[in-house]
Design a protein around this ligand. Structure first.
Ligand code: SF4
Length: 187
């Protein structure tokens, strides 16, 4: 992919995921945003529409962002580590993450975000190289190439754990996103 620009991503066939996808799912939101949110991979709705985080998970994510005064269209650039839907929504393989990494690197270079939000363990592993449970990782500021990085639970996990109680995953994620908004004000 040497020499490619991001517009070439929509015709990429660099890994086996190309054979089953309907569309390549690149991004939504603002390419000039200070926050870049990176998830795992597209699901069924995303594959049909060609836009990341548009299913139930995406709606849950947008609602949480709005609750902490972050506008998903204005304040964030939203994408995934993998641009094509893995069959049956399985976890992306290491080789697929490696194949797709150059597209993610192009996005990081183009957006040049101050803060990166990583949703779920696959995104954390892809960027930080850390393997571990999100219960331990979430809410802990990390650093990557001089940027602040906040790992949070994936919204699909929040849908499976809908408790509104204080200290539940939903509440913790709201706290993590509030920390992201505050970090933007510090700069
Ligand atoms: S997942 Fe990434 S590397 Fe694989 S075909 Fe799609 S865009 Fe290309």
């Amino acid at each position: 992919m040497t020499g490619s620009s991001l517009k070439d991503c929509s015709t990429c066939t660099a890994c086996e995921l190309a054979s089953n996808r309907q569309t390549v799912v690149i991004s939504r939101g603002n390419p000039d945003a200070d926050v870049m949110l990176i998830g795992e991979a597209p699901g069924a709705q995303e594959d049909v529409q060609g836009i990341p985080f548009v299913g139930r998970s995406g709606r849950a994510l947008d609602q949480l962002l709005q609750e902490v005064d972050l506008d998903p269209s204005r304040d964030l650039y939203i994408c995934n580590a993998i641009k094509c839907r893995p069959p049956k929504n399985r976890r992306p393989k290491k080789a697929e993450l490696a194949s797709c990494r150059s597209w993610l690197d192009l996005q990081l270079a183009a957006v040049d975000p101050k803060v990166i939000v990583l949703t779920g363990a696959t995104a954390v592993e892809a960027i930080l190289g850390i393997k571990g449970g999100m219960t331990q990782l979430r809410g802990q500021w990390q650093s990557w190439n001089g940027r602040s990085v906040m790992p949070i639970f994936h919204p699909s996990y929040l849908l499976r754990n809908p408790s509104k109680a204080a200290g539940a995953p939903l509440d913790l994620t709201r706290q993590d996103l509030t920390a992201v908004r505050r970090r933007l004000c510090e700069r």
